[in-house]
Design a protein around this ligand. Structure first.
Ligand SMILES: [Mg+2]
Length: 244
């Protein structure tokens, strides 16, 4: 198997291409080799495709916003389909601006939906508020189930899933909707970026529980890469094993 055999390459971000503001080994090689066949598919819920594209550009990684699909903005895109949605958003300033650009109504008074993303200010008061809003009938929409992702020095960075865990510790049976990986919606969203359709799809990621699980559900080939190998060497190993 060669990289050229794939029509679409859906690549995770954190732990694969970058870690914080650090470019990981092999990231540039993969972007160069994959070219326009590569779409970044990430459970990131603090950026928009535009802000992430700019951050990557500053690290000399060139990926246009059209080839970036993120769980946080996808969660908000999802709610555009509900015309009377009133949304309590726990999230970054960037995501709040994005919600307003979409014309969504943001409110903390009697919302229909509570949207949970990686809100770095989420604490006891917000947890208590969330429980009250849910008790009043708001539906919980969660950007991603990831509990953490590795920081630049290997220390785990808490993710949206850790905030979800706090809510579920009080309400273990609470129904909620997950937008990001491993749910198939985000993958299908990424495939719409290929105007001529796609045949063979390769997903690349470093998280077995989200990246690998999501790819498996859709029957895509999947290359697990990690900090031990770097993405390019991990990918080469995967292709060699597939060929072997
Ligand atoms: Mg990752």
């Amino acid at each position: 198997m060669r990289l050229d055999d794939y029509d679409a390459i859906l690549c995770d971000l954190d732990g694969c291409l970058i870690s914080g503001t650090t470019v990981l080994p092999g990231a540039k090689d993969v972007l160069d080799a994959a070219g326009e066949r590569l779409v970044i598919l990430s459970n990131n819920s603090t950026d928009t495709p535009e802000t992430l594209s700019c951050r990557l550009q500053a690290m000399e990684l060139r990926v246009p916003p059209e080839r970036i699909v993120l769980a946080g903005t996808a969660a908000l895109d999802h709610l555009v389909a509900f015309p009377d949605a009133r949304i309590c958003l726990y999230g970054s300033e960037v995501l709040r601006d994005y919600a307003q650009e979409l014309g969504l109504t943001l409110t903390r008074a009697a919302p229909t939906h509570v949207v949970l993303t990686r809100d770095e200010t989420y604490g006891y008061a917000q947890l208590r508020e969330t429980l009250g809003l849910i008790a009043s009938g708001a539906q919980l929409v969660v950007a991603n189930p990831d509990v953490s992702h590795p920081g630049p020095d290997g220390t785990p960075v808490p993710e949206t899933g850790s905030l979800l865990s706090a809510i579920l510790s009080v309400h273990p049976e609470l129904p909620y909707v997950i937008i990001g990986k491993p749910e198939p919606g985000l993958y299908r969203n990424a495939l719409t970026r290929f105007k001529d359709g796609v045949g063979r799809v390769l997903a690349i990621g470093d998280n077995p529980r989200t990246d690998a699980e999501g790819a498996a559900r859709l029957g895509f080939d999947f290359a697990l890469v990690g900090p031990d190998t770097g993405i390019w060497r991990g990918l080469e190993r995967f292709l060699r094993e597939r060929a072997g």
